[in-house]
Design a binder for this molecule. Structure first.
Ligand code: ASP
Ligand code: MG
Length: 410
């Protein structure tokens, strides 16, 4: 007999019929002899609606009260599922975050889980019950209700699975797994049967929206196997797990793109110690996240300094940069919002040489100019003109053999 944590996202509990569908799936798992803990999101659209209401109520809603409000979305779905399961003849109990002893820090709206007591969950499970926990919420040391940030119920589920030492954490969502790339861009995209934690982390931070990044960090830290799958189909999805030799045989397992960044260049910057700090410190102090940075020294102790920021912050970043440019005597500042970041990801890169040159050859073949390049142990990213994004993604998908079915690769 195993212990399974199942998490259902907003679309999977979007209306009563869908909650009934979830109840049937949960019941099936329970009937097969496993202990089941269910973690739920709010119905799709609910959290957005609650936020809109609060913003209508006042300009800057109090953060503590905002969390009290947002937590009601998940309170609704857990109660409904528990009711339905009880009507079906099962013993089920719904628990809010604090009742499940999900203890967080006190940063409202973006709280981090510190500990999960889970003694009550364990008692209920031992009693033969199905336990249904509200995702996305916990409470701080003083008992205030907190929420974990958008998409946080993924993290609730993985953290509860870790605390209970569950066999797997199944994440039921509206897509049937993790894909080699965005199927809307590349028709040949296909579902991966397995992906490593590190690859998933890169994919999530590069814009793949399947899992909240924090949940993958948790899964990696506590080695919880996460099964991402569709709540509308029976077929297997994608296992997110520790890497193994098989995964390393594949050089690249995914291609991602992100159009949410913009580029700022300071030209003709005096090349001396402390300059990068002078430029980037005010950007950081304004709370703007910098992603890629490059600096090219020209002759005569002059350098060009380029970095990328989220597109939404381009105005502020440009304003700050112009001020700094004046102070340090740079020639000019340029901003370009029409860029995209295209990346290839794969743990196999660690043991294969020539991945970068293969990527560059593919871009050359399509006549796409690379404006910036950055690498990590398992990722190569480049900034290109935004209009070539789709072309670049498809070219890389083909170059790295991802168009073919997985079986033939190994
Ligand atoms: N209901 C929350 C949200 O919409 C949490 C979640 O669904 O994971 O962000
Ligand atoms: Mg979600």
């Amino acid at each position: 007999m195993g212990l399974i944590v199942q998490k259902y996202g907003g679309t999977s509990v979007g209306d009563i019929d869908r909650i009934r569908n979830v109840a049937r799936r949960v019941a099936r798992t329970y009937d097969a002899g496993d202990k089941v803990v269910v973690v739920l999101s709010a119905m799709s659209g609910t959290t957005d609606r609650l936020i809109a209401m609060a913003e209508e109520a006042c300009e800057r809603p109090d953060k503590r009260e905002m969390d009290v409000l947002l937590a009601t979305g998940e309170q609704t779905t857990v109660a409904l599922l528990a009711m339905i399961l009880k009507c079906m003849g099962y013993q089920a109990t719904s628990l809010l975050g604090f009742q499940a002893e999900v203890v967080t820090d006190c940063s409202c709206g973006a709280a981090r889980i510190l500990n999960i007591g889970a003694s009550r969950i364990r008692r209920l499970l031992d009693d033969g019950q199905i336990v249904i926990v509200a995702g996305f919420q916990g409470s701080d040391a003083e008992g205030n209700i907190t929420t974990l940030g958008r998409g946080g119920s993924d993290t609730s589920a993985v953290a509860i699975a870790a605390a209970l030492k569950a066999d797997t954490c199944e994440i039921y969502t509206d897509v049937d797994g993790v894909y080699t790339t965005d199927p809307n861009i590349c028709k040949k995209a296909r579902k991966l049967s397995r992906v490593s934690y590190d690859e998933m982390l890169e994919m999530a931070s590069l814009g793949a929206k399947v899992l909240q990044i924090r949940s993958v960090e948790f899964a990696k830290k506590y080695n919880v196997p996460v099964h991402v799958r569709s709540s509308f189909k029976d077929e297997e999805g994608t296992m997110v797990m520790q890497e193994d030799a098989d995964m390393e045989r594949l050089v690249v397992s995914g291609v991602t793109c992100n159009k949410n960044e913009a580029r700022i260049t300071l030209k003709g910057v005096p090349d001396r110690p402390g300059i990068a700090f002078r430029i980037l410190n005010p950007i950081a102090e304004a709370g703007i996240l910098v992603d890629m940075i490059i600096q090219n020294t020209r002759s005569g102790n002059i350098t060009d300094f380029t970095f990328t920021v989220p597109k939404t912050d381009i105005r502020d970043a440009l304003e700050i940069s112009k001020k700094v440019a004046e102070e340090i005597g740079a020639e000019e500042v340029m901003a370009d919002p029409n860029i995209a970041k295209v990346s290839v990801i794969g743990v196999g890169m660690k043991n294969h040489s020539g991945v970068a040159s293969k990527m560059f050859a593919a871009m050359c073949e399509e006549n796409i100019n690379m404006i910036m390049i950055s690498t990590s142990e398992i990722r190569i990213s480049c900034i290109i003109e935004e209009k070539y994004t789709e072309l670049a993604v498809r070219a890389l998908h083909t170059t790295f053999g991802l168009d073919r079915p997985e079986e033939k690769l190994s």
